[in-house]
Design a protein around this ligand. Structure first.
Ligand code: ADP
Ligand code: MG
Length: 287
């Protein structure tokens, strides 16, 4: 006979856009006390649109920065990369070849373009390398990525993104169920605060590195929390594995999906909230 929970989890997954990889995950979902969300592509749409190119160093103009960045970004599947490539296409800029490109998980990527060493990275990379950028003209609240040419910061790009409609409902449902929610993002402080405030979340930590995500999950567990975590990248895999319930978000990488207990097929955070409620209700009926 098929155990009841397995039968139920199969049927809920079919209806709700959830793929349950680990048969105890559905049972465990009702035990969750804290959910740690990543931001990009989970609570937000990942509809990154390039807003501004800012030149910080000398010698490169905006389109040149965009062109060099697109050389490495063509190898990335991140939402940011898609934003770069749409803009470059619109401006009819020819994308140069990149050699020796390398992912910097959760931070960006690097490669050689026309003999120059190019890095396109987030603020967490700058923090890790103790590189400070002083630019008082940046009052933009959104995603900012930096371009380093031969190790010098040559400029930055700003991208807008949007909060998913269903994220508001998801956080509301979790609040009503007294489940704490936290935002943990590799993105910058300003945008993290904005998303946290708009969604009325319990808290946020910005500029995190992949390792920080893992440490935060462990810290919460030490305090007695039963932790679920969402993630979509290679960088999230260690934290997803550490979480009591790891949730890989739809369009993410295979690595994240392989580590997770649950796959959120439609990338809809409301599906997680509903899963927990459904898990609680089902369990209560069974006992
Ligand atoms: P989150 O933690 O919010 O889910 P991600 O893990 O997707 O965000 O990315 C973390 C940060 O890494 C981004 O905010 C960005 O700064 C940087 N990053 C990731 N991929 C790229 C890329 N292809 N180009 C530039 N920066 C990137
Ligand atoms: Mg992510």
């Amino acid at each position: 006979a098929v155990p009841l929970v397995v039968a139920i989890s199969t049927s809920i997954s079919a209806q709700k856009g959830l793929l349950i990889r680990n048969r105890t995950a559905f049972e465990n979902a009702r035990l969750i006390t804290t959910i740690v969300f990543d931001k990009t592509g989970t609570l937000t749409k990942g509809s990154h649109e390039l807003q501004e190119v800012k030149v910080l160093g000398n010698g490169f103009d905006k389109n040149e920065l965009l062109r060099l960045a697109s050389g490495v970004e063509q190898h990335s599947e991140h939402y940011i990369a898609a934003g770069f490539l749409r803009k470059v296409k619109e401006l009819k800029i020819k994308i140069p070849k990149a050699e020796n490109f390398n992912y910097l998980p959760g931070k960006g990527l690097e490669g050689n373009v026309e003999g120059k060493e190019i890095k396109v990275v987030g603020p967490n990379y700058l923090k890790e390398q103790n590189i400070s950028v002083t630019d008082t003209t940046n009052d933009f609240t959104g995603t900012v990525v930096y371009i380093l040419i031969d190790k010098e910061v040559a400029g930055y790009f700003t991208f807008s993104d949007q909060i998913r409609e269903s994220s508001f409902e998801a956080i509301q449902i979790l609040k009503e169920a007294s489940i704490k929610n936290l935002l943990l993002t590799g993105d910058n402080e300003k945008v993290a605060k904005k998303v946290c405030d708009e969604l009325k979340m319990d808290g946020y930590i910005a500029n995190v590195l992949p390792h920080d995500k893992l440490e935060k999950v462990k810290e919460l567990q030490t305090k007695g929390e039963y932790v679920a975590m969402t993630g979509d990248g290679v960088n999230d895999a260690p934290a997803l594995a550490q979480a009591d319930v790891g949730i890989a978000v739809g369009s993410g990488t295979d690595v994240a999906a392989e580590t997770a207990d649950i796959i959120l097929v439609n990338s809809d955070p409301k599906d997680i909230a509903n899963l927990i409620l459904f898990g609680k209700a089902t369990y209560n009926k069974m006992i």
